[in-house]
Design a protein around this ligand. Structure first.
Ligand SMILES: [Zn+2]
Length: 306
């Protein structure tokens, strides 16, 4: 039975949103006072709009591709014998591209609702991508590994996704996911300033407790849980603390998207440099704890009712 989240408590109020924690499944949902929902396709169209040009600038683009390569190698080492993968919300497709090119994957399939990113994956990387929501696609085959990185926090009903993923996975197949960790050290410290609150994009928030509960409900056995990500952790911590100190809204993160010069950026970059190393150290110390910035979970599909 899918949870209807009827009983909840409000855990945070900011920018016209209430974050409501369901008292049954413990998942937190952002509710808008006006009750209007995001146009997700439009949001991702904006995010990927500069696809044809170099989205990040040369150095940043190099860094992003390195992170995608690291992700591909992580996936390979989680399931070395896997030959088929479904990556839900596959970005521009670089993870799938590297898995196919360097790690022996025979079948690499992705989903991507942004038309620009979808076209990039198909034309530049020649990948098999569906430009529809996972819940609207019927696949002919199952997969030996399914991954969903930083997507579940964007969807209204994560439970339906987990249910669908269970159906699409081979018996004993591997399912890997990553989301921001709502009880991370900077989330607790900086509250509404936490980078990953990001109410323009995020509508669902997880804790180690609520996410493992959801996975168990659908017969996934948790093999490994980490709360550190080289790609996300340090940046999230630093940006959240700067948000708190300067009472601004993720200025560097937004600046990276357009790189328009504004004198304000000098202060922000100065703070960024000072905070970078201390935040990296704190995040490394928290590697095995429940308080790092992300939840990265590797699970195995188990038989139902055992
Ligand atoms: Zn619920």
């Amino acid at each position: 039975m899918i949870c209807t989240h009827e009983n909840y408590e409000t855990v945070l109020e900011t920018k016209g949103y209430k974050l409501q924690k369901c008292l049954s499944c413990y998942i937190i949902f952002a509710k808008n006072d006006k009750n209007d929902t995001l146009d997700r396709v439009q949001v991702y169209e904006n995010y990927y709009k500069k696809e044809k040009a170099n989205r990040f600038g040369f150095l940043l683009e190099l860094l992003v591709r390195m992170f995608r390569f690291l992700r591909a190698s992580k996936i390979f080492f989680s399931a070395p014998r896997s030959k088929s993968i479904l990556d839900i919300g596959s970005g521009r497709g670089y993870t799938l591209y590297y898995l196919k090119k360097y790690f022996g994957f025979k079948k690499t399939v992705g989903t991507q609702i942004s038309e620009n990113a979808y076209q990039y994956s198909k034309q530049e990387l020649v990948l098999e991508i569906y430009n529809r929501d996972l819940l609207d696609i019927s696949f002919q085959n199952s997969f030996s590994i399914i991954t969903i990185w930083h997507v579940l926090e964007h969807v209204e009903s994560p439970e339906r996704y987990i249910e669908r993923i269970y159906q699409l996975l081979d018996q004993d197949g591997i399912f890997e996911l990553e989301v921001p960790n709502y009880i991370s050290w900077t989330s607790r410290w900086t509250g509404r300033h936490w980078l990953a609150i990001d109410l323009d994009h995020h509508i669902t928030f997880f804790t180690p407790e609520s996410l493992t509960l959801l996975l168990k409900k659908y017969n996934f056995q948790v093999i490994k849980m980490r709360t550190f990500s080289l790609e996300y952790s340090t940046f999230t911590s630093v940006q959240s603390i700067i948000n708190l100190l300067t009472n601004t809204d993720s200025y560097i993160f937004k600046w990276l998207g357009n790189m328009d010069f504004n004198p304000k950026i000098i202060l922000h970059i100065f703070l960024f440099i000072i905070l970078l190393l201390p935040c990296l150290i704190v995040n490394l110390i928290l590697y095995f704890s429940n308080s790092g910035e992300v939840l990265t979970i590797t699970t195995k599909k188990c038989k139902k009712y055992d």
